[in-house]
Design a protein around this ligand. Structure first.
Ligand code: NAP
Length: 480
């Protein structure tokens, strides 16, 4: 394999004996690149490098940290088209989505460049005379970041930027399916002047690299985004080894559509929320909970819009939906489509593999109607372009069905009733609530995260990120 993209360990680009080939899911003959696979010893070396670099970075002025993050943000924005293209090639989302995601990553770095300077403490009057109580925030140490494949640059960015802004050093393991975007980020951070060892990239399998990061006593905290099963396993291990951890996991997000909804708004929210990014979003609107007065019109209008979507090569102009990310994910999607049929769901449209000019993992977006909330299709995360409709009598039943899930990431409602929108906002058991919007699509400066089985620990993004990436110190000072 020529030109293997190396891991970044202690400021050195370090190759490995093993590499994995990154293939474009839109065109299996297109090799995105070869990427080194770290082993446990290299992961350990990256952790040691991060530990050695930590004191210097923690002591660096917030201005210096901010300047480096700002330079990284500018570089990402300047390269957004190229990075977006790389992202679309390795993950399969459309070029517009890829460029949008790269732009977001740049904006996130810019945001946290400012946050580095805004970190403040607090002073309290003591209950004891002559004593001052000072509350300050300090970095944690070496932070391990483990990310999924579905947002190859935005999720790494929203973990790396706050970790560095608040003075931590980083060991990062991207998803094995999409190492290219993280490799590009590592290159940008080096060029932005980040001191050696402050950021380390170790690519490779979760079972090797991820396990080594989570097991290491030198790693103080883990920020993980991925599936529920991996997250729970990592959480248990992190707890055993005394680490702080946050887990962002799956979703089965309901989008409630009430009789009084604007039909166009509701169909648009469902179409975008359930199927854009090939439905591969933790916040995807995968359960459509629809009251009976609008049900038939909604299903017919949504199916019509779905049939007009162009599923094709992610880089082709006019493509609305790219391929599924991998053969494993495609198999999982097809398995759930078969399960939904066996359970008695009515396939309204889609659900079949598609052939295109280039060989890729193309799937027609699938809509099931006549499903019950107890069916597996409504209880388990598919993580593909598959949505199901549950027909309900009224708002009260809609809310009950929306909340009847082990997940609690995002929940949406389409209605023109202020009363129902307000009630839903208060009573939806989810970390994020959307009114007349898809369940997916969030702002980078607002807190992100869920409840119940979807999330564990502090929120990500915006100023709330400091809750995870810093630790609070309370000092009592008696001046005499
Ligand atoms: P995944 O299979 O759980 O993998 C996530 C990451 O964990 C990957 O880097 C993976 O490495 C690594 N990993 C696997 N086993 C590990 C282990 N034993 N120890 C340490 N690390 C390990 O998830 P995915 O398939 O990449 O992503 C899809 C999932 O992410 C969906 O469930 C989706 O809902 C969730 N997600 C959640 C959010 C959110 O914010 N709530 C956002 C996006 C995605 P490999 O590359 O080797 O598998």
């Amino acid at each position: 394999m020529a030109d293997i993209h190396a891991n970044l360990i202690g400021g050195e680009w370090t190759t490995s004996t093993n590499a994995s080939r990154n293939i474009n899911p839109s065109d299996l003959s297109d090799v995105v690149g070869d990427y080194a696979q770290a082993d446990a010893a290299q992961t350990e070396a990256a952790i040691d490098a991060a530990a050695a670099a930590f004191p210097g970075w923690a002591a660096a002025s917030p201005q210096r940290r901010g300047d480096i993050l700002d330079a990284a943000g500018s570089a990402i924005l300047a390269r957004k088209d190229e990075l977006g293209r790389l992202l679309s090639r390795e993950e399969g989302k459309t070029l517009a989505e890829g460029v949008g995601e790269a732009t977001r990553a740049g904006q996130i770095f810019k945001y946290f460049a400012g946050e580095a300077l805004r970190l403040s403490g607090e002073r309290l009057d003591s209950t004891r005379p002559g004593v001052d109580v000072e509350i300050t925030r300090e970095p944690l140490g070496v932070v391990g970041l483990i990310t999924p494949w579905n947002f190859p640059i935005a999720i790494p960015a929203w973990k790396i930027a706050p970790a560095l802004a608040y003075g931590n050093s980083v060991v990062m393991k991207p998803a094995d399916a999409v190492p290219g975007s993280s490799w590009a980020l590592a290159e940008i951070l080096v060029q932005a002047g980040l001191p050696a060892g402050v950021f380390n990239l170790v690519m490779g399998r979760g079972s090797v690299v991820g396990e080594a990061i989570v097991a290491s006593p030198k790693v103080t905290a883990i920020s993980f985004t991925g599936s529920v099963s991996t997250g729970r396993r990592i959480g248990a291990r992190a707890f055993e080894t005394g680490k702080k951890f946050q887990l962002e996991m799956g979703g089965k997000n309901p989008l409630v559509v009430l009789d009084d909804a604007d039909l166009g708004t509701a169909v648009g929210a469902a179409l975008n929320g359930a199927f854009f990014s090939t439905g591969q979003r933790c916040t995807a609107s995968s359960r459509l909970v629809v009251t009976e007065g609008i049900h038939d019109r909604f299903v017919a209008a949504l199916a019509e819009k779905m049939q007009a979507l162009k599923v094709d090569h992610a880089l082709k102009p006019g493509t609305d939906i790219g391929p599924v990310v991998s053969s494993d994910q495609l198999e999982q999607d097809l398995r759930y489509i078969a399960i939904a049929r066996e359970e008695g769901g009515r396939l309204v449209t889609g659900g079949e593999r598609l052939s295109r000019e280039t060989e890729g993992y193309y799937l027609a977006p699938a809509l099931f109607a006549d499903t019950d909330n107890s069916m597996r299709i409504n209880r388990e995360e598919v993580f593909g372009p598959v949505a199901s409709v549950v027909r309900v009598r009224d708002y009260d039943e809609a809310l009950a069905v929306a909340n009847d899930t082990e997940f609690g990431l995002s929940a949406g409602i389409c209605t023109t009733s202020l009363k129902h929108a307000t009630h839903f906002k208060r009573h939806a058991q989810a970390g994020m609530v959307m009114v007349n919007l898809p369940t997916a699509g969030v702002d980078p400066h607002a807190p992100f995260g869920g409840r119940k089985g979807s999330s564990y620990g502090a929120r990500e993004q915006g100023s709330y990120a400091r809750e995870f990436y810093t630790t609070v110190k309370t000092a009592y000072v008696f001046g005499g």
